[in-house]
Each structure stands twice: as C-alpha cells, then as structure tokens.
Design a protein around this ligand. Structure first.
Ligand SMILES: NC(=O)c1ccc[n+]([C@@H]2O[C@H](COP(=O)([O-])OP(=O)(O)OC[C@H]3O[C@@H](n4cnc5c(N)ncnc54)[C@H](OP(=O)(O)O)[C@@H]3O)[C@@H](O)[C@H]2O)c1
Length: 249
C-alpha cells in the first residue's frame, strides 16, 4: 500500500501520545522525531551515541516542540535486563506507550554471501532484527495500555524483493517483514497494530554509503518524508494491520 508524503498535519495531532523512536539521533529517525514532536507527541529518543542524541534533543527543544526523553542504548549490546529497565521506566513515567518506531539499522556490507564477513553478519542481524524483537517483546506491556498503539518497522525494497550483494541487510529486512506479519496476526484482536514501511529513497548517510556515485540532489531529504510517519501514527489514518506500506519517492 502506497503512503503519500504530503500529509499536512495539524499542531497537536499527536497530543498526549508517547512514541519511542530508535536511531532518533540522526537521519530519518531525527526527521521523524522532529515531526512527531511538532505534532505534539512526546518522543522517547533511543540511540547509542549520547553526544548526538543531546544535539538532536536541543534541535527539538529549540524548535519549541514537546520536550523529548533521551534514552541512550546500544542495540547491538543491549541485554534483556536493559530492555526490562526500559519497560520499567516507560511504565513508571507514562504508564503506556502509543507508538514504537523501529528505525535504527546498519547497512552491513555490500558483497557476495560467499565472502561476507561473519562478524558483520551477526552484528547486522542483531541490530536490524534481534534488537527489534526484544524491544517489541519488552514494550508490549506498555503498548497494550494505549487505546490505539501502533508499531512501525522500517523496511526496505530489498526486504521485499531479493537483490544480489545486499547480504545481511536484505536478509534482516526480510526477517523484519516476517516478524511484523507474525506479530500482527498474534495481536490482531488487541489495540496494537503492526505494519512495515519502506521509506523509499532518503538522503542520509546510509544511502550515501550504498550509492556513492548517485547524484544526491535527486534523492528526497528525510524531512520531506517524515510527515508520512506522523500520518501513520495519527488517529487520522485508518487503522491497518499486517500491511506492507511504501512512502512514495
Ligand atoms: N536511506 C535510505 O534510502 C533508506 C531506504 C530504505 C530503507 N531505509 C531504512 O530507514 C531506516 C533509517 O535509515 P537512515 O537512512 O536514516 O540510516 P542512517 O542515516 O544510517 O541512520 C541509522 C540510525 O540507526 C542508528 N543505529 C545504528 N546502529 C545502532 C545501534 N547499535 N544502536 C542504536 N542505534 C543504532 C544510527 O545511530 P548512530 O548515529 O549511533 O550510528 C542512526 O541513528 C533504516 O531502518 C533503513 O534500513 C533507508
């Protein structure tokens, strides 16, 4: 299903909503954080680098948006104890969670499977697939307390159609698609909806690394697409479950 990037959201559209975004310090995660905050949500900004998280926090506050919460956590090394602590903190401070956006990911390497570095394979699967599993598992108790909770997994075209040399990244996104579909069926009768979204092209560090020869001026800025995520988290969008969404380029 195609999602327009032209959503013009009202200030306060996400008022009283608490939404956790992973990889919120830069790239698409930061653009999403800015727009969700602008729309009135309180964003829990999860990232592994405290310095850039603080910088991003200042950008949100300086813009006059809702004050976010910083949550430093490295998704590669995070343990069940870390996720339990996160659950405790969310429940204690907000008593619910309305949105969970699994945005953080790494590209891994672009090379044949035959030569793929094994350590990098594990890291990519850990950050892009196993961490979202654990994060979701530990946050379901907070999500069920929302009247209308929405989980979004950032996917990719190479998570829906195989392409040579995309290795662990592609496999992790295929895994995310399968995980989201399974979860959507398990949670079908609850207040939690689960969907994947392929954001299409975004002018970020990941894109520059994947396509170094590309003319970046032809690639949309993340800020040109983040309103679509506000729409998907807002009560103004129809409740969907188990869908594969794509933001138009
Ligand atoms: N860019 C595109 O054209 C494109 C296309 C299709 C899909 N996507 C998907 O869109 C999402 C956002 O991509 P992007 O382009 O914004 O990527 P990006 O610019 O590379 O940013 C990735 C984010 O993930 C965080 N991250 C990486 N490893 C982490 C870890 N171990 N713990 C916590 N955070 C970690 C990074 O934090 P650090 O700053 O600490 O590294 C950064 O905030 C990804 O899921 C990507 O797969 C992107």
């Amino acid at each position: 299903m195609i999602v327009s990037r032209d959503h013009i959201f009202k200030d306060g559209e996400l008022k009283d909503k608490v939404i956790l975004v992973t990889g919120a310090n830069r790239g698409f995660g930061l653009a999403i954080t800015m727009d969700l905050s602008k729309a009135g949500a309180t964003v829990i900004m999860l990232g592994r680098d405290l310095g850039s998280l603080e910088y991003a926090y200042d950008a949100v506050v300086d813009a006059g948006y809702n004050e976010p919460i910083l949550y430093p956590l490295d998704l590669e090394g995070a343990t069940p104890e870390n996720y339990q602590e996160l659950q405790d903190n969310v429940l204690e401070k907000f008593d619910k969670l309305d949105g969970l956006i699994h945005n953080a990911a790494i590209l891994g390497a672009q090379m044949p499977i035959e030569q793929y570095d094994i350590k990098l394979w594990y890291s990519t699967l850990q950050i892009n697939l196993s961490a979202p599993f654990m994060l979701t598992q530990f946050l379901i108790p907070a999500l069920v307390k929302s009247e209308d909770a929405r989980i979004l997994f950032l996917s990719s075209s190479v998570g829906r159609e195989a392409r040579a040399y995309w290795g662990a990244y592609s496999v992790s996104k295929f895994g995310i698609e399968g995980f989201a579909k399974t979860l959507s069926e398990e949670l079908e009768k609850t207040n939690i909806s689960v969907n994947t979204v392929d954001p299409g092209k975004l002018r970020t560090e990941m894109r520059r690394t994947a396509y170094p020869a590309e003319d970046s001026s032809t690639v949309p800025m993340p800020e040109e697409k983040s309103a679509a995520i506000v729409y998907l988290l807002s009560n103004l969008s129809p409740k969907m479950n188990g869908e594969q969404l794509t933001i138009v380029d």
